[in-house]
Design a protein around this ligand. Structure first.
Ligand code: ADP
Ligand code: ASP
Ligand code: MG
Length: 403
């Protein structure tokens, strides 16, 4: 007997009709003799709606209460999914996070699943029932309801696949797989049949929303192969698994982008040891994650310019931290919070030279100015003006033969 996790994202359970449609997929899988655990997201848009309701009470809404509120979205779809399955003649039951329980560690709104009690659900599966588990949430050791970060139902599905030791983990969504870039923005994007955990992790962390990055990290760590596929078509999806199984003929596998970056430049910083540490230490203390850092060569041997990027929602906090830092000196500060990060990702980059110059040439041809650059073995990211985002994505997509 095969045990499967089927995870349905927000659009896939976005209306009653869609829940019934998803339930029919579950019924089909179940009737083929598989043991099925279903993980559901909240209806599309629900989590955002709940967040904005909390914000209209206070923009410092208590995080414990926020988690109680946000977890309700998945509670609704769990019950509706179980009800829809019962209606289709399939024995099914939903469990809330605390009933299972799904144990998490970490802070409210940013917790991590560490254990799940499998006993009751396994008994139910062996009796022929389909178990429905709400994604995105758990309960802390002190008994508080927690959530595990936006897009977290993916991470729930992977954790459940691991802890229940299932044979497969299928991510049902509104596109029929992982594409070379967002197919809703760049229609010539191509579906990728197979992709390594490493490449998928880079794409996801660099903005490809189709899978949540921390879910991929867990899948990679425990070697849990994933399949991303469509709720709305029967087409074959994308397999995400370990690298050995993949043949790299292309230099670049995909292009990702994010529009939540901001850039800060300190002009005329003294060029001597310890200065960078004095700048970045207080940022770290304030839990501001610095992404890219570029230091110019000092032309006069005395001062230099230092550019770095942070997430846009840390932008004001960063400026305040820099301006109140008594230890550092600089002549001027310039900033731009309307920048985006475009990244090309490909394991093939390791063995093929020329990616860097081709990227620069391609962007230059489109008259796009590069504000910052960072590279690793399998990715290259550039910061550009936000207005040029799609133009750059399309150009790089064509340049690297992905259309
Ligand atoms: P779900 O609600 O099912 O979790 P998401 O909205 O989180 O779905 O993710 C699916 C969306 O991800 C797609 O609708 C698509 O617009 C977007 N997306 C971004 N990059 C990619 C990519 N490289 N391949 C496929 N989809 C992508
Ligand atoms: N509902 C949550 C969110 O919108 C979790 C998820 O859908 O994966 O972030
Ligand atoms: Mg998602």
């Amino acid at each position: 007997m095969t045990k499967k996790v089927l995870k349905f994202g927000g659009t896939s359970v976005g209306s009653i009709e869609r829940i019934v449609h998803a339930a029919k997929i579950v019924k089909k899988e179940h009737s083929q003799g598989n043991e099925i655990i279903v993980v559901v997201s909240a209806m599309a848009g629900k989590t955002n709606e709940l967040i904005s309701q909390s914000n209209s009470i206070s923009n410092k809404f208590d995080k414990r209460e926020l988690d109680v509120l946000l977890s309700s979205g998945e509670q609704v779809t769990s019950a509706l999914m179980a009800g829809a399955l019962n209606e289709l003649g399939v024995k099914s039951k939903s469990w809330m996070n605390w009933q299972i329980p799904i144990l998490t560690t970490g802070h409210n709104t940013n917790s991590r699943i560490i254990n799940i009690n499998v006993e009751n659900i396994n008994t139910y599966l062996s009796e022929g029932g389909v178990a429905i588990i709400p994604g995105f949430q758990g309960i802390s050791s002190s008994g508080d309801i927690t959530t595990i970060g936006r897009g977290g139902s993916d991470a729930s599905a992977v954790a459940i696949a691991k802890i229940f030791n299932t044979d497969s983990c299928e991510i049902y969504t509104d596109v029929d797989g992982v594409y070379s870039t967002d197919p809703n923005k760049v229609p010539v994007a191509k579906k990728i049949d197979k992709i390594s955990y490493e490449e998928m992790l880079e794409l996801a962390s660099l903005g490809a929303r189709v899978m949540q990055a921390s879910a991929i990290q867990t899948a990679k760590m425990y070697d849990i192969p994933l399949q991303v596929r469509s709720t709305f078509t029967d087409r074959k999806g994308t397999k995400i698994f370990s690298e050995e199984n993949i043949d790299y003929t292309k230099m670049v596998t995909g292009v990702a982008y994010s529009k939540n970056d901001a850039k800060i430049t300190l002009i005329g910083v003294p060029d001597k040891p310890g200065v960078a540490a004095d700048i970045f230490e207080p940022l770290d203390k304030n839990q501001i994650n610095v992404d890219m850092v570029i230091q110019n060569v000092s032309s006069d041997g005395k001062t230099t310019d230092l550019t770095f990027t942070v997430k846009r929602n840390d932008f004001n906090k960063t400026l305040n931290t820099i301006n109140s830092n008594k230890k550092i000196k600089f002549k001027n500060l310039s900033h731009n919070d309307k920048v985006s990060k475009i990244s090309i990702v490909g394991a093939g980059m390791v063995t093929t030279p020329g990616v860097t110059f081709k990227t620069f040439r391609a962007l230059a041809d489109e008259n796009i100015n590069i504000l910052a650059i960072s590279t690793s073995e399998i990715k290259l990211s550039v910061i550009i003006s936000e207005d040029d985002t799609l133009k750059a994505v399309k150009k790089l997509h064509t340049t690297f033969d992905l259309d």
